[in-house]
Design a protein around this ligand. Structure first.
Ligand code: IFM
Length: 728
């Protein structure tokens, strides 16, 4: 397979999408695929994981570090900037086997051609470091001024996040240090430059920019190359000091870009050894899938013990750098199956942010743990009560995602229980997970309602995964996930001894075990789950089928503005059956074994034409259920849509007036689930893994590795033949 994404030519309107497509990252930082000369206007970013800042009442968001990539040239007095769009040739290339982004640009000047080539990577071995190489070549004796340094004018959506930003030169290296507004955290960027020409530079500081300035008169057709290392660290890093930063720069000065690149290539080869998926008969699908996995690997917090993945990865500040249910329901499986330690880190973050969830529940007058819909550090919910701006009035619109998407707590329980079941490792449960599950169950318990004349419990006033219909009663997905949570907690409480003496004692000290177990079991048994109707269709929520039944096109034709929000109080979809994303279908996908095939199919057929797929999460749930209905052909276009979410243009970039562009890790994780669990048919049972493939059209085989019960298996599907081999 060709592990390369190539983009030839330049269009201004593609700049932001390409920055996502060519992103390089290592879990600690993400570097948007911006050209070196881009300034804030083109949205470049070195986006940092897990460090946030808020300015005034604006949205709290993650920090973009001062941009140490910033480099440009002037030739014969003219500054050459790609964004001016006057290049003769331009191409970008991503080697996604090794996480290296390349560019080549040719300008035609009055005296001849000037070519810039560059490459860069976010170092996987030393996650604080970015390495780059930048080469200029002219086919004439050109007067070249080369500027490279640190740009303190970052792209910030709700900044400025640095109250102060000070630059200095330390033994020829540039250092820029910012102090964040909210917490006074420091973010430090240091860089060093090697050059293959006599390196005499002036250092210039102006207007929040700190630059080396090299003046060259180039020989015809000779390369002039600088190699640069940029190290980023913050006062929030537990285990990284200035001395270590200096050492990383020292070693780069000694050994150079090529040496660092060799290590980078070896690290990625290690990742792909068990992390890639091979497909026979469909090169395009295989490439798109592994490109998705590249993105997941680029944002995996391998360096941390307790950290999760934001909904837009490390591609910037959109979605406030917050963690959603995307992680547990869409992203988790890839790591669980290929690198369980990362799955543990993702879930550890939830266990460690339990206190934030307990506080949120309390703030709403509820019991237990109500996890943040948009979780930042400490479990702080970054979701605003006004998450959409009305395009007509410019006024903030009241949305209820934060208050009513109660299914978020169940997603955390789902993740923890799934981790425990598939790995066979109950350490997460013992180290805080038991309490987490119990607190989530307490949360749902405190929300249960029973009608005076009723026998079942109900959950009212919620928002399901389909966010267009707010404040509905008995959303099928939510109720089923709440039931799972209550049942999991009851099982835990009834089997406390199986977690060992210490865990049993600490839980018994906190809760009336027997009483709670009884309450949760009763609630789980008697919580109302909407049943299939005469036509086998399950109503998404009470009264859903009484809403206007019209096509998506009809709804779209009623828009008065292309960026108008479809949901909420007055949205065009609100009073119709048109939904944003998989909802009943998501529930049936998770609980397919509880329903006969005709119910699964009837709901797929009913809901698909009514689903706008306005979220990149939607396609994978439809594809998964299609596979379970024995319709891999129908699943295939949804698989391609998920796998290519960051590879092709056309993704949603706006919600009302809010920019929401960025990478789509949940779609990437969804693509993996479709390939391995949907088409590959992998599932996990008490006695090991099961493989029951349902390959689509052209696929004649698949090969991949999966972990289960502390073992790793090699799965080789070839036509009808399935081999599962345990790896030593
Ligand atoms: O979590 C999703 C949500 O379901 C739909 N809107 C986008 C969020 C982040 O991906």
């Amino acid at each position: 397979m060709n592990w390369e994404v190539l983009q030839k030519g330049f269009k201004k309107e593609q700049i932001t999408a390409l920055e996502n497509r060519f992103l390089v990252g290592n879990g600690y930082l993400g570097v948007r695929g911006a050209l070196e000369e881009y300034t804030a206007e083109e949205l470049p970013a070195v986006n940092l994981a897990g460090i946030f800042d808020q300015v005034g009442d604006a949205w709290r968001e993650p920090i973009n570090a001062p941009n140490g990539i910033y480099t440009y040239i002037c030739v014969d007095g003219k500054t050459l900037l790609a964004q001016d769009g006057e290049m003769k040739e331009h191409e970008m290339r991503l080697d996604f086997r090794h996480g290296i982004c390349h560019r080549k640009t040719v300008w035609k000047t009055e005296r001849g051609e000037v070519t810039v080539t560059s490459e860069r990577f976010a170092d996987h071995e030393n996650v604080h470091r970015i390495a780059m190489r930048y080469t200029v070549r002219a086919d004439f004796h050109a007067e070249v001024e080369l500027f490279t340094g640190i740009d303190g004018h970052m792209w910030e959506i709700n900044g400025p996040h640095f109250d102060s930003l000070a630059g200095r030169c330390e033994n020829g290296r540039l250092v820029m240090e910012g102090v964040t507004h909210e917490k006074g955290a420091t973010v430090c960027v240091e860089e060093t430059v090697r050059a293959d020409f006599p390196k005499e530079s002036k250092t210039e500081e102006a207007d929040r920019r700190l630059m080396h300035h090299f003046s060259l008169v180039t020989e015809k057709d000779r390369d002039y190359t600088i190699e640069k290392a940029i190290v980023v660290f913050t006062s929030q890093d537990d285990d990284f000091s200035k001395a270590q930063a200096d050492e990383l720069l020292d070693s780069f000065e000694r050994e150079g870009y090529e040496a660092a690149k060799r290590v980078q290539e070896a690290s990625w080869e290690e990742i792909w050894k068990y992390g890639a998926v091979e497909i026979d008969g469909d090169e395009d699908a295989m490439k798109a899938l592994n490109y998705s996995l590249y993105h997941l690997q680029s944002i995996a917090p391998r360096h941390a013990k307790s950290m999760s993945i934001p909904a837009r990865g490390l591609s910037g500040q959109t979605y406030k750098g917050a963690v959603f249910w995307d992680t547990e329901m869409f992203i988790l499986d890839y790591f669980l199956f290929t690198r369980p330690a990362v799955a543990h880190t993702l879930l550890r973050y939830r266990v460690d942010t339990l206190s934030g969830a307990i506080k949120k529940a309390k703030d709403y007058g509820l019991d237990g743990a109500f996890y943040a819909w948009e979780s930042q550090e400490g479990g702080y919910d970054a979701c605003s009560d006004y998450n959409v701006t009305d395009v007509f009035t410019g006024r903030p619109m009241r949305t209820f995602f934060k208050d009513k998407q109660i299914h978020i707590s169940a997603a955390i329980v789902y993740g923890i229980m799934r981790y425990t079941k598939i790995t066979g490792d109950d350490s997460l449960l013992k180290e805080g997970g038991l309490k987490t599950v119990i607190e989530c169950a307490k949360f749902y318990y405190s929300l249960l309602l029973k009608r005076v004349a009723g026998t079942e419990y109900e959950l009212h006033d919620v928002i399901g995964p389909d966010e267009y219909h707010e404040r509905v009663n008995n959303n099928g997905y939510t109720n089923r996930m709440a039931k799972m949570t209550l049942q999991s907690a009851a099982d835990i409480l009834n089997n406390l001894d199986s977690y060992g003496k210490d865990a049993a004692e600490s839980i018994s000290a906190l809760y009336p075990v027997k009483e709670l177990a009884g309450k949760f079991a009763d609630a789980a048994e008697n919580l109302y789950i909407p049943e299939p109707g005469d036509d086998n269709v399950i109503e998404q929520f009470d009264g859903y089928r009484k809403l206007e039944d019209c096509s998506i096109d009809t709804v779209r034709s009623r828009l008065l503005h292309e960026k108008e929000y479809w949901g909420g109080a007055y949205g065009v979809a609100t009073h119709t059956q048109v939904i944003k994303q998989a909802d009943v279908v998501a529930m049936l996908n998770l609980y397919s074994d509880e329903y006969p095939p005709e119910v699964l199919k009837a709901n797929w057929d009913y809901y698909e034409p009514r689903t706008e797929h306005g979220s990149s999460l939607s396609a994978s749930m439809y594809a998964m259920l299609a596979c379970k209905c024995g319709m891999p052909q129908k699943a295939y276009p949804f698989f391609i849509k998920s796998a290519k979410a960051d590879l092709v243009e056309g993704g949603k970039e706006w919600a009302g007036l809010i920019y929401i562009g960025g990478t789509h890790p949940a779609a990437a994780g969804g693509a993996y689930m479709i390939a391995v669990e949907g088409f590959g048919g992998v599932s996990f049972a008490e006695n090991g893994i099961r493989v029951n493939p349902r390959l689509p059209g052209d696929w004649s085989g698949m090969r991949f590795y999966v972990c289960s019960g502390g073992e790793r298996y090699y799965v080789n599907i070839s036509g009808e033949d399935v081999k599962v081999e345990k790896i030593d």
